[in-house]
Design a protein around this ligand. Structure first.
Ligand code: MN
Ligand code: MN
Length: 352
């Protein structure tokens, strides 16, 4: 049996205490978590991938990881909606940034895949992009570990197009490439938040043929958050899920700092609630991409991305561990309940 001292030594090291070191002071790791080098082992690694050479419109997502980290300083350690301390029940670290070639997309994809493979052998990943090109090499690493992956993709855009200017590896094509490479579980992938003009009607049927069902953004009006969660959980089942959040799934009012904004998007409140509905799902890793700080104002987009990261870390904390029994049967209903619950603020002070 472990002594109390040993148990303490094994307890995760959390963020810096905001009452001791002001939140605006010090180096900006994600949520002011320890760096990879600071702990002997870790369960989840936040990994920056500053790469935006795959964009088709506004550039600048290479500065996304640094911006999200800066905007994450105010995150506190307890999640009252999910009743979990995501930094307390798992060791989360900031693993810094991958150094990738900005001039050679093929080489960059190889570097990202190698970095994701190395790190995912030790931990689950929360990847901070970068443009959406980076999801392909991360999915290759996920497939190597888990087999076919159910991708849960939040985005205004399908990202299942074939080529741009004849180029196959861009931020609009990662999920077509992933499907072609056999990385996806084609019965269980889902887009949420799709909206805006397409090139032609075949874009949607192509996307379905590549493995993706779709919850269109406008369906939030009729389904509501709880209905979207039900459809999401039904589609994902108990498969290994990779969650990819393109921040442009949010309306430009909630995320102006992005490369290809589309009107009519989700509110940040809706997105965070739907993410909470993943509680208990078998999430293997996740990303947040397309934050382009040059177009941001007052950290609006950065703060949204930081909170998306916090919810993703929370549902990772509530995912079944490797070797654990299968996902609870009751979880989809429970997830809907939890996503729509209002925390009881009279139950006691949570944290400063
Ligand atoms: Mn997009
Ligand atoms: Mn995208």
């Amino acid at each position: 049996m472990a002594t109390d001292e040993q148990a303490d030594a094994a307890a995760p090291i959390g963020p810096l205490d905001g009452a001791v070191i002001p939140r605006y002071a010090g180096l900006p790791t994600f949520a002011r978590l320890p760096r990879r080098e600071d702990v002997p082992r870790f369960d989840v690694a936040v990994l920056g991938v500053p790469f935006d050479s795959g964009v088709s419109y506004r550039p600048g997502a290479r500065f996304g990881p640094a911006h999200i980290r800066q905007s994450s300083r105010l995150l506190r350690p307890y999640n009252p909606a999910l009743e979990v301390s995501p930094f307390g029940v798992q060791q989360v670290v900031d693993a810094g940034d991958l150094a990738v070639n900005p001039f050679d997309i093929g080489q960059a994809i190889g570097q990202i895949e190698a970095g994701a493979r190395e790190l995912s052998a030790q931990a689950k990943l929360l990847v901070l992009g970068g443009d959406h090109t980076i999801a392909l090499p991360v999915l290759r690493a996920m497939h190597a570990m888990h087999g076919e992956i159910a991708v849960l993709h939040f985005d205004a855009h399908l990202d299942t197009w074939d080529t741009y200017f004849g180029e196959p590896y861009t931020h609009g094509t990662p999920f077509r490439r992933a499907s072609e490479e056999g990385l996806l579980d084609r019965e269980h992938c889902l887009h949420i938040g799709i909206r805006g003009p397409l090139y032609n009607p075949a874009d949607l049927t192509d996307s379905f043929d590549l493995g993706f069902a779709t919850v269109h953004c406008v369906e939030l009006e009729t389904l509501g958050v709880a209905g979207v969660i039900e459809r999401m959980r039904a589609r994902l089942g108990d498969r290994p899920v990779y969650v990819s959040v393109d921040i442009d799934v949010l309306d430009p009012a909630y995320a102006p700092g992005t490369g290809t904004p589309e009107a009519g998007g989700m509110t940040s409140r809706e997105l965070l609630a739907v993410l909470r509905g993943l509680m208990g799902a078998n999430i293997v890793s996740a990303d947040i991409v397309e934050v382009s700080p040059a177009y941001d104002h007052a950290e609006i987009t950065g703060i949204a991305a930081a909170h998306v990261g916090f919810e993703l870390l929370s549902v990772l904390a509530l995912s079944p561990r490797a070797g654990d029994p299968a996902v609870l049967d009751a979880v989809p209903e429970l997830a809907v309940e939890v996503a729509t619950v209002v925390p009881d603020v009279t139950a006691g002070r949570v944290e400063r």
